[in-house]
Design a protein around this ligand. Structure first.
Ligand SMILES: *[C@@H]1O[C@H](CO)[C@@H](O)[C@H](O)[C@H]1NC(C)=O
Ligand SMILES: *[C@@H]1O[C@H](CO)[C@@H](O)[C@H](O)[C@H]1NC(C)=O
Ligand SMILES: *[C@@H]1O[C@H](CO)[C@@H](O)[C@H](O)[C@H]1NC(C)=O
Ligand SMILES: *[C@@H]1O[C@H](CO)[C@@H](O)[C@H](O)[C@H]1NC(C)=O
Length: 405
């Protein structure tokens, strides 16, 4: 049985119930091979692209994970996935691969400076959670070596794990809405919250500058545990950072808006900063900055589930819209009503089980052009030369200096 499923779920209200859909996703998993979204199981009718699992095939596959960080390590050395695929995981910090490993997982930001040699029949997988601007090596040297790409790119072998988990359903007839009481008891100035943890010079979206300019017209509460972020913010606009310990932080639902600002503007780079808000129960509206174009959000997110900064001519213009939305219940609920007909599910099975299944299934694929697939050219750097001033229509801080200079 092979089911092409996920895009179809999202795009149409077709017959299967969302419960059945969810069950399927739990049992199966999919991969995008040859630019098609395919959920795959051993299959006779698709043997041109997917080699069937044969019992004669080695029972336990050895997966080597190169240079992982703690959260990129499997929780146990052995995994049995979906009741049929067994794998043994090892960690390797050296540049010499185990020639007998069946599948080697390379972490994008920790690729060895010198490409190791690849043994015959070995599969290589590129795993990237960070944008391509974080690259330390020239990916052109790796063209023709990776079999699978696990990036956030739409055309990778694991396209956006979140977007593929959105199901249209008709659960309730009751419109869930932001209650009147909260709108009237809250100070009518929009309350915006931002959690930020990365403020190095690898951040090329100028999100900090944007947020600080926006804070002139809204209540912005910033939470950060990073000294670097605290210093950067305090040097421009002191007293914005809430120093409350985690346990005393106000609930998300006491804010109107949540800044889902990505650290880089790269094609398809939309992360859990956004999805976790949609997934969560809090009736808070995400304000998004990320991807390369607004359409990337339109393509993946439920309709009217967010406000995009690039839809406004300046942070001040955005703030006017936020004021309007805060004062008008129907405007506020406009951004929440998708919750009546869409639901997000967390991905299942785990990433490690996906590696394991790939090692067993061995779908045929070589990335001859990985450097094109995951190129820096798919990003724009608006931090360079303060070009964010024009890009976002900003006027404050360094932008003023620039105009005068
Ligand atoms: C490899 O590096 C990881 C992360 O730094 C560390 O936890 C692990 O103990 C190292 N393993 C070996 C075999 O050196
Ligand atoms: C962008 O603005 C247009 C016109 O005001 C509006 O219809 C649309 O919903 C907005 N989209 C986003 C993502 O904010
Ligand atoms: C994996 O990539 C190599 C090239 O590095 C290729 O020769 C091999 O056929 C690929 N394996 C599969 C299963 O596609
Ligand atoms: C920034 O300015 C430098 C010279 O000051 C120039 O070489 C560079 O191309 C500019 N970068 C961008 C992205 O405009």
């Amino acid at each position: 049985m092979l089911i092409k499923v996920l895009n179809i779920y999202y795009k149409s209200n077709f017959g299967l119930t969302s419960l059945a859909a969810f069950t399927l996703v739990c049992i199966l998993f999919y991969i995008n091979v040859n630019n098609r979204s395919i959920m795959y199981l051993p299959s006779a009718d698709n043997s041109h692209s997917i080699r069937s699992y044969s019992p004669a095939h080695k029972k336990i596959q050895h997966i080597e994970i190169l240079n992982p960080r703690w959260f990129e390590m499997p929780t146990s050395e052995h995994l049995t996935c979906m009741g049929m695929y067994e794998c043994r995981f090892t960690i390797n910090n050296a540049t010499n691969l185990d020639p007998n490993a069946d599948l080697v997982v390379f972490q994008f930001t920790r690729l060895p400076l010198i490409r190791p040699s690849k043994s015959a029949d070995q599969l290589w997988l590129l795993n990237a959670a960070e944008p391509q601007t974080f690259a330390k090596v020239d990916l052109a040297e790796w063209n023709g070596y990776f079999n699978y790409s696990f990036t956030y790119k739409r055309d990778s072998n694991r396209p956006n794990k979140w977007a593929s988990q959105i199901f249209s359903h008709k659960l309730s007839k009751t419109i869930r809405s932001f209650d009147n009481e909260r709108l009237t008891t809250m100070d009518l100035k929009p309350k915006v919250v931002w959690f930020v943890s990365h403020c190095s010079n690898l951040v090329r979206s100028a999100r900090l500058e944007y947020a600080l300019e926006l804070s002139q017209w809204v209540h912005l509460s910033i939470f950060t545990i990073k000294l670097r972020c605290r210093r950067a913010i305090d040097s421009i606009k002191p007293n914005l950072i809430s120093l409350l310990p985690f346990s005393e932080q106000p609930p998300l639902s006491s804010f109107h808006f949540y800044l889902s600002f990505e650290n880089n503007l790269c094609e398809d780079y939309i992360t859990e900063k956004f999805w976790k808000i949609l997934e969560g129960p809090d009736l808070i509206i995400p304000i998004v900055m990320g991807g390369l174009r607004m359409e990337e959000y339109e393509r993946t997110a439920p309709p009217n589930s967010y406000i995009h900064v690039k839809n406004f001519t300046s942070p001040k213009h955005l703030s006017e819209h936020l004021h309007y939305v805060t004062r008008h219940k129907e405007a506020f609920n406009y951004y929440l009503s998708w919750r009546n007909s869409f639901k997000l599910y967390r991905e299942d099975p785990s990433e490690f089980c996906k590696f394991c299944s790939l090692a067993h299934m061995r779908p045929t694929k070589v990335w001859h052009d990985i450097s094109m697939h995951f190129s820096r050219d798919q990003c724009i750097d608006v931090a360079a030369n303060n070009s964010y001033c024009d890009y976002y229509g900003m006027s404050a801080f360094k932008c003023k200096n620039r105009v005068n200079a």
